[in-house]
Design a protein around this ligand. Structure first.
Ligand code: ADE
Ligand code: ZN
Length: 341
């Protein structure tokens, strides 16, 4: 990759649609919060925490990720976590972000739903005011738990409905297909929430189909295994159903062995509405810019195609048309400036 393309990526206005806020907990902050909250962790330094971040699949990552979340207790902790992520967004020219949180990871430990959402929301509001970064919140149900627990979580979310744009589905895909959550998603839709779901990350293409037909999702998180079903690919193209792809995550969790084998550029060139996202950047080795760079280093991609990834993310975002248009203009202006250089 040329140095010029690296600089282009750095400055490119970006939109992130697949980010687990708990997955942005850096070893330094994890260590600091463990001390502050007197939570015992089996590490004596942030370096030791970092060294423990070795995974070979989704489940081995999730086991460590849920442990890490134990240090988050007070509203201030959720605020600090979110604010640290927003500062990284500023560095990477992320102009809009839609973030996931996993309420059950916290409520199961006796942390109030309000504690979690208020801490996140406070930081996001400040992010808009002080950094000019707009945002939305998506609440995910943990699919390894049962539907009753998801219903209970939905009930807890209702008083905070104005702060949550959509519900999602994450955690272990294997053995927990979308159809396990059909009713709770239908109820969420009746309450006015949009829906998304992780599907086709480790699981089969059928999960993508089912997420669309049974959970009514507006976009699919990951979805890279759609290639196993050409008819599904044709439908995704025809309907412009967005896929929130997470390149570095896919390599760390062995969804693809190497970035050179990743299918994101192939999917983009076929006409799918694919986007680049960081998933759990503290665990997978990089935020938005790092994900774009990793793709551009391993795969042939033009600056125009890099811009198309930003345009796709704007199209796929949960903001109004006026806001989308403003963001499109930002990317266009950036492209025009580059063309003149
Ligand atoms: N929770 C956090 N990151 C996840 C991922 N990549 N897949 C499923 N659940 C997750
Ligand atoms: Zn994810």
């Amino acid at each position: 990759m040329k140095q010029k393309q690296l600089e282009f990526i750095q400055g490119l206005p970006k939109v992130e649609l697949h980010l687990h806020i708990e997955g942005s907990l850096e070893p330094d902050l994890l260590f600091e919060l463990a001390k502050r909250n007197q939570v015992s962790i089996p590490f004596s330094s942030p370096q030791e925490v970092q060294a423990a971040y070795q995974f070979n699949n989704l489940q081995s990552f999730l086991d460590i990720y849920y442990q890490g979340a134990n240090v988050l207790i007070h509203e201030q902790d959720f605020y600090d976590l979110t604010w640290a992520y927003l500062l990284r967004c500023r560095q990477d020219n992320v102009v809009h972000t839609e973030i996931f949180f996993d309420p059950q990871t916290h409520t199961a430990r006796g942390i109030g739903f309000d504690t979690v959402i208020n801490g996140i929301d406070k930081a996001l509001k400040q992010g808009k005011e002080e950094l000019g970064i707009s945002s939305q919140i998506i609440m995910c149900f943990l699919r390894h738990l049962d539907q009753d627990s998801a219903f209970e979580t939905l009930k807890q979310a209702l008083p905070f409905k104005d702060k949550i744009i959509a519900v999602g589905l994450d955690s272990s895909e294997e053995g927990h297909p979308p159809q396990k959550f059909t009713e709770v998603f239908q109820t969420a839709i009746e309450h006015g929430f949009l829906t998304v779901a992780h599907a086709g990350e480790e699981g089969p293409a059928q999960n993508i189909d089912n997420a669309i037909s049974l959970l009514g999702v507006s976009r699919v998180d990951h979805g890279v295994r759609c290639v196993d079903d050409p008819k599904l690919v044709a439908e995704l193209i025809a309907k412009r159903t967005p896929l929130t792809v997470c390149p570095l995550s896919n390599i760390k969790l062995n969804v693809f062995e190497t970035m050179a084998e990743h299918n994101i550029v192939e999917l983009l060139r076929q006409g799918l509405c694919v986007t680049i996202n960081s998933d759990d950047p503290a665990y997978f080795g990089g935020y938005m810019t790092a994900n774009f760079i990793a793709v551009a280093k391993a795969l042939p991609i033009t600056n125009k195609e890099l811009m198309a990834l930003s345009f796709n993310a704007i199209e796929a975002s949960f903001i109004c048309d006026t806001e989308k248009q403003k963001l499109r203009e930002k990317v266009e202006q950036y492209g025009n400036k580059d063309a003149k250089l």
